[in-house]
Design a protein around this ligand. Structure first.
Ligand code: TMP
Length: 212
């Protein structure tokens, strides 16, 4: 019999701002903890002191326009540090790692949103986290207007949240494209549904991929 703790478990949550990723993360955590697993919940950009500093740099509203390639490299700088210092060690200890956003956000925001090359993003992913990739990604999908309305009600707009509706529509299409490209890993969850239904859907996905 294989020891499930010996199998690395890395799950990511994706979606627009206001999609309900934090609530979904709590559902994932509880599902694994009820099975006796130790779960590490973390987020991107961020997850280490240095990466959290880069998060603040990335989110700050500033007069100087940020070049898309600068944004891209800062995202991957934060990610490389996070993977090396937090994600890999936790997986090596047998923990389940659940991360709020990962490289699929870069594909959606910097790729589809800003128009940077997917091939370049894949090359940088290879540098930053080569063989360290999620085996399951839950995409909390909401229409742009609903997501932004939810996000606006809880905090003042950061540099990303000040983007245009057209930008967020491109980002949502970017996520859609990922669901088409990798249907087994990248699973769409309709986040407009009542919370109990969202939870049941997430648990069904976990049961299918990580149940035993
Ligand atoms: P949030 O996770 O609190 O929503 O904030 C992170 C912001 O950074 C969000 O607007 C999405 C954006 N982002 C990217 O543009 N690319 C990335 O690779 C990641 C991880 C986040």
């Amino acid at each position: 019999m294989t020891d499930p703790a010996a199998t690395p478990r890395f799950i990511t949550l994706e979606g627009l701002e206001g999609a309900g990723k934090s609530t979904a993360m709590a559902f994932v955590r509880e599902w694994f903890e009820s099975r006796g697993e130790t779960v590490l919940c973390t987020r991107e950009p961020g997850g280490t002191p240095l990466a959290e500093e880069l998060r603040a740099v990335l989110k700050a509203v500033r007069d100087e326009p940020v070049a898309p390639s600068t944004e891209l490299l800062l995202m991957f700088a934060a990610r490389a540090q996070h993977v090396e210092r937090v994600i890999r060690p936790a997986m090596a200890e047998g923990k389940v790692v659940v991360c709020d956003r990962f490289t699929d956000s870069t594909r959606a925001y910097q790729g589809a949103g800003r128009g940077l090359s997917m091939a370049t993003i894949d090359q940088l992913a290879e540098v930053a986290h080569a063989d360290c990739n999620p085996e399951l990604t839950l995409w909390l999908d909401v229409p742009v207007a609903l997501g932004l309305e939810r996000a606006a009600s809880r905090e003042s707009a950061d540099r990303f949240e000040q983007e245009t509706l057209a930008f967020f529509e491109r980002v949502r299409h970017g996520f859609e494209a990922l669901a088409t490209r990798e249907p087994a890993r990248f699973r769409r969850v309709d986040a407009t549904r009542p919370l109990a239904e969202v939870r049941a859907r997430i648990e069904a996905e976990l049961e299918a991929t990580h149940g035993r």
